[in-house]
Design a protein around this ligand. Structure first.
Ligand SMILES: Cc1cc2nc3c(=O)[nH]c(=O)nc-3n(C[C@H](O)[C@H](O)[C@H](O)COP(=O)(O)O)c2cc1C
Length: 167
């Protein structure tokens, strides 16, 4: 078990986000968790999804990792829906699992996004920066990556290599 984890948050387990993660993790220094394989429902005010995979997953993450890297495609100028569900469910930790939520304090967060082009819109990273602040986590930074056809663009590969050293 490593102490750094990448949370893969794509609708496609073997799509572009997966390619980016494989390049980032070429030295195998991260564990990878694919949210697509988890059953994580929406936030509900009555916590009616409390028995799905979210809480056991968070317990596992909090127990085992100090650095959490979110890897998301750009879907409609935002993080993927699967990742937004995950963030919404952090609210579970602020209510009936407060002790668990407090254990996020002092951990590190980073984010890597991807789309077809190098044209990330302003503000994409804001929910990550502010969520880290709210949860008492240290925000290590983020990069955007993109493709030339099926391949990760050369310039994006250089950014990923620098990002790997940062986190
Ligand atoms: C539902 C959906 C919405 C998308 N919205 C955007 C967008 O707003 N801006 C953009 O540049 N690309 C957008 N794309 C393209 C993806 O960001 C891009 O193809 C990404 O590399 C896909 O990663 P994946 O294979 O892990 O899903 C969208 C793709 C999908 C499927």
């Amino acid at each position: 078990m490593k102490n750094k984890v990448i949370i893969q948050a794509s609708a496609n387990s073997f799509g572009n986000t997966h390619k980016i993660i494989n390049f980032l993790n070429s030295d195998n220094s991260f564990d990878v968790i694919d949210l697509k394989t988890k059953n994580i429902g929406s936030f509900e005010y009555d916590f009616s999804n409390a028995n799905d995979d979210f809480l056991p997953l968070m317990e596992h993450i909090i127990k085992n990792y100090d650095t959490i890297v979110f890897a998301t495609p750009v879907y409609w100028y935002s993080m993927s829906g699967i990742l937004k569900y995950f963030f919404d469910r952090m609210s579970d930790l602020l209510h009936f699992k407060k002790e668990l939520g407090r254990k996020l304090r002092g951990k590190n967060m980073a984010m890597i996004s991807n789309s077809g082009e190098n044209d990330l819109k302003n503000g994409f990273e804001m929910p990550f920066v502010e969520s880290a602040k709210y949860l008492g986590m240290n925000y290590l930074g983020n990069i955007h990556t993109w493709f030339n056809g099926e391949e990760i663009a050369t310039e994006a590969k250089d950014k990923i290599s620098a990002f790997r050293k940062l986190i």
